[in-house]
Write a protein that binds this ligand. Structure first.
Ligand SMILES: [Zn+2]
Length: 157
């Protein structure tokens, strides 16, 4: 078996590669010296080791471009663990509206810790056009008061 893909870069070989590279050998010369590796493998390894910029010393001061991608911080707008004063509606069977019993005709305001067994939903009949009942709809939209007046006639040109 002579798997091309499994190149064993042992520490010894890496050291050898480094010294040969700094001595100025070409990638193919190094590949031959090390044996069992291709020229491309040597080039790849040299790049991964950050040895690529040997060239002439005067040109060594290339600006190091950091390629680390900026991860956009995703801010989810989640209401901070809602604390509800209103008594939750009790369903006919004596239970609250849960993940299983919640329907479109119930207020979906979460009550309690979602990971706890007593977690349930408000369950009151919702305000029209809202997933929440009157009281909770007011709560839900309290933090953002930007759109007090919706400009209905305004369309993107
Ligand atoms: Zn509610």
């Amino acid at each position: 078996m002579n798997a091309m893909s499994s190149i064993n870069w042992s520490d010894d070989r890496v050291e050898q590669l480094k010294s040969l590279w700094t001595e100025g050998l070409s990638a193919s010369q190094i590949a031959r010296a090390l044996g069992g590796v291709t020229r491309n493998a040597v080039i790849g390894k040299v790049h991964r080791l950050g040895l690529a910029g040997r060239a002439s010393p005067s040109r060594a001061e290339r600006p190091r471009v950091s390629m680390s991608p900026k991860v956009p911080s995703i801010r989810t707008h989640q209401p901070p663990a809602p604390v509800v004063e209103e008594d939750p509606l009790t369903l006919a069977d004596g239970n609250f509206a849960t993940v299983l019993t919640i329907s479109d005709r119930m207020c979906r305001w979460p009550i309690g810790d979602p990971s706890a067994s007593e977690f349930h939903f408000c369950g009151r009949s919702p305000k029209s056009g809202s997933p929440y009942c009157e009281a909770h709809a007011r709560k839900a939209y309290q933090p953002q008061q930007q759109h007090r007046h919706k400009d209905k006639g305004r369309m993107a040109s």
